[in-house]
Design a protein around this ligand. Structure first.
Ligand code: NDP
Length: 246
């Protein structure tokens, strides 16, 4: 349908070993990109990369500057960067240890600073880049997620600012803010609150105008659009992919 719109492009997807990241890696590769799957677990990333024509997997903790700089030096020129790696550590404020705050800020926000700083070098040189950052509906506020909401709201500020700084080099920077998407992340949340994934999804569906939860592929399609040349005049935006939920 969209042909090979990423032919000749190298795309890096962080946290690409499962969920939204894996769906994005598959879609970008289907449309011609050489995809590099970065994830904490190199073996799991390799399984996804093995399915992709020309796919490459690299183990990398995206919160660690040395590891990030090393893998981006190995990758070389990057055209598309999808900053997708993320975690949750939900807790009410009065019970939240500072390490849960730091872990969530580190993985969801500092990682984007580090990966974008590393990737922009080749993007600026080649005067071309597409950066898509994963925010969340939780950026608007979510009980038990003060760390995650702050990080994901931070992603929107980072996105708007980098669109200004990198725009003169023909680099667009946008964010996608999903609502409830059925992945391992939301299954783990269900388990924490004592629900099955199915019960938890049914509750989320009731709160959603489209009356269902989302699929990773539905987020991947929006990421791919923002990463494509069709979105060449879209920058600094956050696009909610949430079935109409508030
Ligand atoms: P998953 O938990 O399914 O996948 C996240 C991936 O990121 C995992 O493979 C994980 O590896 C990896 N990862 C975690 N920490 C690091 C790290 N330090 N370095 C490298 N990789 C890391 O998440 P989703 O697919 O559900 O979410 C993807 C993104 O979308 C996240 O940013 C999330 O916050 C966001 N999002 C998700 C929503 C949802 O409903 N699912 C809603 C809104 C936003 P490992 O498993 O080994 O820890």
């Amino acid at each position: 349908m969209n042909g090979m719109r990423f032919a000749g492009r190298t795309a890096v997807v962080t946290g690409g070993a499962q969920g939204i990241g894996a769906a994005t890696a598959r879609l970008l590769a289907e449309q011609g990109a050489r995809v590099v799957v970065l994830d904490l677990d190199a073996a799991k990333a390799q399984k996804v990369a093995d399915e992709l024509p020309g796919g490459l997997a690299l183990g990398c903790d995206v919160t660690d500057k040395d590891q990030v700089d090393t893998v981006f030096a190995e990758i070389g020129a990057v055209h598309v960067l999808v900053n997708n790696a993320g975690i949750t550590r939900d807790n009410l404020l009065f019970k939240m240890p500072v390490d849960e705050w730091n872990a969530v800020l580190g993985t969801n926000l500092t990682s984007m600073f580090l990966c974008t700083q590393a990737a922009q070098k080749s993007m600026v040189q080649q005067r071309y880049g597409r950066i898509v950052n994963l925010s969340s509906r939780s950026a608007l506020g979510a009980r038990g997620q003060v760390n995650y909401a702050a990080a994901k709201a931070g992603v929107q500020g980072l996105t708007a600012t980098l669109a200004i700084e990198l725009g003169p080099f023909n680099i667009t920077v946008n964010a996608v803010a999903p609502g409830y998407i059925a992945t391992a992340m939301t299954a783990a949340t269900a388990e924490r609150v004592g629900s099955t994934p199915e019960e938890h999804q049914a509750q989320a569906a009731e709160r959603t105008p489209l009356r269902r939860v989302g699929r990773p592929e539905e987020v991947a399609a929006v990421i791919a659009f923002l990463a494509s040349d069709e979105a060449s005049y879209v920058s600094g935006q956050t696009l909610y992919v949430n079935g109409g939920a508030r």
